[in-house]
Design a protein around this ligand. Sequence first.
Ligand code: UD1
Length: 418
Amino acid sequence: MDEIRVKGGTPLRGTVGVLGAKNAVLKEMAAMLLAPGRYVLSNVPGIFDVELMADVLRHTGAYCDLTKHELSVSVPKELVPEAPIDLVRQMRASIVILGPLLARCGEARVALPGGDDLGARPIDYHLDAFEKMGATFTLEHGVLVGKVEGRMTGTEVELPFPSVGATENVLLAASLADGDTTIVNAAREPEIVDIARMLNEMGANISGEGSAIIHVRGVEELHPADHRVVSDRLEAGTYAMAGAISGGDVTVTGCNPDDLRMELRKLEDSGCEVERGEGWLRVVGVERPSATDFSTLPFPGFHTDMQPQMVAYLATADGTSVITENLYDARFRYIGELSRMGADITIEWQHAIIRGVERLSGAPVLAHDIRAGAALVLAGLRADGETVVGDPHHIDRGYEDFVPKLASLGADISRSAG
Ligand code: UD1
């Protein structure tokens, strides 16, 4: 069986670089469906989800060529407007092609994603917005069939919650809609700013991205553009926390520290020293961190995708930390695995109460999702003896060369293929 083995106790030291953001590049690939022609994306991470999204694009008729950190895509004039269940099930983010397909083709057949390892994950905000823009939907044997007569129409979309995916899907469709669209209570994530930047490079007319109200003036036609993907704050944050949990001294390059403000602040609250510069950050850990509380929230709050890594770190803090998870009902599933390593954590509804222990003990554990997998490896860096993380393919969905990068910082880590 494929597994990652990590022996704890070595403080990580050195510099590690990060690539483009998974959560931007997948949507930027979907944006390409809005106009035929040839695109080149650079700073593309070599991760499994990019390969899956390339398969989603290929299914529509696009040609994709992924070389080291560069993705070339040729989008044809006629598209097959569908995403089949085998692809959607593997990667829920493929739902983001719904907006571009409806806007460009007037129809879309996209398998309903359903839930995943993080819980229910509905798409009602996406569908409500598209209905307001003139689309109608039917559900046929698990496939969502959307249709639009003529062009989609610009409108005001009020999101009940600043959903990242719904903001992006509406942004993509609104760029080609007839008239103006205003997204109220929009998500403000840096990845959304980057997607809007790419759309504007393609000839869209978007303003207000990065704020809670985004305006889109629909245009009749877009054109291809080349684009460099914004850096991955989650990859950067994970290596920052690897430095912290091991009591080491790690510098991360190719990142924007402002995109990790709350996460770095919490590391500081726990006793770490954090330095920030243009395109880099440095974290110097302490022997034993102090407990600190946090709640996951939309940007600029503490990112839910950094929660498992931070919980792993606080598992050995001095004192009790209270964590509130506001995004996903099943996000704490990995805590059972951390408990196998000796963590003392109680779950009360959406709260995790972490009573810091002095040591973790290496054990065989299973990665349930990308970030849970990363968190368990990080816990292994701190634990006595050997931790064996099974199902590491989840980690490959979001991190390129996770094991070699940690090894380059001095971690005693290896991966064996089954
Ligand atoms: C994206 C990220 C994911 C991150 C999340 C929150 C990608 C590929 N994934 O996911 O890594 O954890 O943002 O930062 O970019 N909701 C509804 N109805 C909807 C849409 C969302 O109720 O139609 C709820 C969700 O269940 C969740 C919350 O809104 O509780 C936020 O979800 P959302 O921001 O949409 O997350 P994703 O875009 O799926």
